[in-house]
Design a protein around this ligand. Structure first.
Ligand code: FE
Length: 201
């Protein structure tokens, strides 16, 4: 249930997870390095790569992009990504006029099927409070300067809705394949805290 990670106490779950991990380590049933590997896989490898494929498809297929911006959940499910913590997806597009940034001010709601596990900073109190109050300041800390004339929109995730930012396609990528484009897309750009760097020559 998606409600489990939003607005309800999760300290109990966190404690149980920690206790289970300690017990498994103590009994020699798991190798801490292997556990880190599993977490790294979900946090950095599988998760954001799915989202990156969605973005690359939208960049190369205008009809898909239309569907993605109209009904995010259905269009993302077309590529096979759906399920827990990604049932109701809204995709918001960055343009030269609008920059979108996603936060969960209450806790840490995050679209797992497309982006994997939320990074530590996303769950931190400073990000959660400041992204809503001073998004331009937060973006500057991530190295992104949003010009005055560009509107910044903040999207607050919740138990029902999860957001994915469709970043702007970087310049000089016209000849690239969908797979090559997907490789350029970072997790943070799909949260809206960074932009995608132009491809290296
Ligand atoms: Fe949340």
């Amino acid at each position: 249930m998606s409600t489990e990670t939003h607005g309800t106490p999760k300290s109990n779950t966190a404690l149980r997870v920690k206790a289970l991990e300690s017990l498994l380590l103590e009994k020699g049933l798991i190798d801490p390095a292997a556990l880190d590997e599993v977490i790294d896989t979900y946090e950095n490898k599988i998760g954001p790569k799915n989202g990156a494929k969605v973005v690359a498809r939208a960049w190369t297929d205008p009809e898909y992009k239309k569907r993605l911006l109209t009904d995010g959940s259905a269009a993302i499910a077309e590529l096979g990504y759906s399920g827990v913590q990604g049932e109701d997806m809204v995709v918001v597009e960055n343009t030269p006029e609008v920059h979108n940034i996603v936060v969960c001010t209450l806790c840490s709601c995050f679209p797992w099927p497309t982006l994997g596990l939320p990074p530590v900073w996303y769950k931190s109190a400073p990000y959660r409070s400041r992204a809503a109050i001073d998004p331009r300041g937060v973006l500057r800390e991530f190295g992104v300067n949003i010009p005055e004339g560009v509107e910044v929109r903040v999207w607050d995730s919740n138990a029902e809705l999860r957001y994915l930012v469709l970043p702007e396609r970087p310049p000089a990528t016209e000849g690239m394949s969908e797979a090559e484009l997907a490789a350029l897309v970072t997790r943070d750009s799909m949260i809206g805290v960074t932009k995608i760097e132009p491809a290296k020559k």
